[in-house]
Design a protein around this ligand. Structure first.
Ligand code: SF4
Ligand code: ZN
Ligand code: ZN
Length: 303
């Protein structure tokens, strides 16, 4: 197998691009793919301050490396959720990366941000751990990004994440979720601009990228992890990709470029207002979900 670029020995094959690469040209290929979406969807410029959410996994640490190499101004933010050993290892991976790359990092503890532990909040909701964790994550990251003066909040959702969500959202016609699957969600009152710079990169490519770059990332599973549906959709997309190598990109970017503009025009907007306590945008009729949980815990436990 020869590198498509230099003709040297290739170690990485990417069927969906009908290409094979040596390590050097694989890295360049990944950087080119990221730059392409950053420019096409006007995510950010060289002067913007990017707040990057980093969990300690391959996707977020790989994204950090890519954005730094491309010369962007990145401040990484890690929230330690207090999930025992898993959270400790995750934080360590993030701190190691920051030290090795001499990169800017801010670490926060969930309990210090919220005033209670995640497991306490779990007792006061019927949401699944992942859904609850996601709500807190979006809330806290948005607030932190604003406080740090970030122009954009970047997350490391990749092409496999987005195609799996897309499949699920289309199967059940979750129109309001579909509208949020854009590569960019523009800033609005109380919400910073959100961007997904690695949506052209697959799980496997990110894993290879992190390994090639010598990045140590957390491989342990979160103790709450339970993603049978998302994993099932990912498997379906992988099977489709085996037969039709370019299907993931065609599926997601076809949706974003051809269908999303029409959904935006035709669908009635969500009826949203702003939480009287914290100002966060909410579709609930009074306080936002986070302030509601805070109040429940305060009343019940006197915290
Ligand atoms: Fe949060 Fe679920 Fe991810 Fe664990 S697996 S960190 S609970 S979203
Ligand atoms: Zn090469
Ligand atoms: Zn609120």
């Amino acid at each position: 197998m020869k590198c498509t670029v230099c003709g040297g020995t290739a170690t990485i094959k990417i069927s969906r691009h009908n290409a094979a690469f040596c390590e050097k040209h694989f890295i360049e290929h990944i950087h080119r793919q990221v730059l392409r979406v950053v420019k096409k969807y006007r995510m950010f410029s060289e002067s913007d301050k990017i707040i990057l959410a980093v969990s300690g996994g391959k996707d977020s640490l790989g994204t950090w490396r890519i954005l730094l190499d491309l010369g962007y101004r990145v401040t990484a933010v890690h929230i330690n959720n207090g999930f025992g050993e898993y959270s400790d290892i995750s934080e360590q991976c993030v701190r190691d990366f920051a030290r090795n790359a001499n990169a800017e990092l801010r670490v926060f503890k969930f309990e210090e941000l919220m005033g209670f532990e995640f497991k306490t909040a779990l007792r006061y909701t019927r949401k699944s751990p992942c859904s609850l964790c996601g709500s807190f994550k979006r809330y806290n990251l948005n607030r932190i990004a604003g406080e740090l003066g970030g122009d954009v909040l970047a997350t490391a959702h990749n092409l496999d994440d987005e195609t799996a969500f897309l499949l699920g959202n289309i199967l059940y016609w979750h129109i309001n979720y579909l509208k949020k699957q854009k590569p960019v969600l523009e800033a609005e009152k109380g919400l910073v601009k959100k961007v997904k710079p690695v949506i052209r990169i697959t799980d496997e490519e990110m894993k290879t990228y992190s390994e090639v770059r010598g990045i140590r990332y957390v491989e342990a599973k979160c103790p709450y992890v339970k993603h049978p549906t998302t994993h099932f959709y990912k498997r379906i997309m992988d099977e489709l990709q085996d037969k039709f190598p370019s299907v993931k990109g065609v599926f997601y970017f076809g949706f974003v470029d051809k269908l999303l503009p029409n959904i935006d025009e035709r669908e009635t907007p969500e009826v949203a207002h702003y939480c009287p306590e914290c100002g966060y945008k909410t579709i609930l009729s009074d306080k936002c979900f986070i302030c509601t949980i805070k109040e429940l815990i305060k009343n019940a436990e006197g915290t």
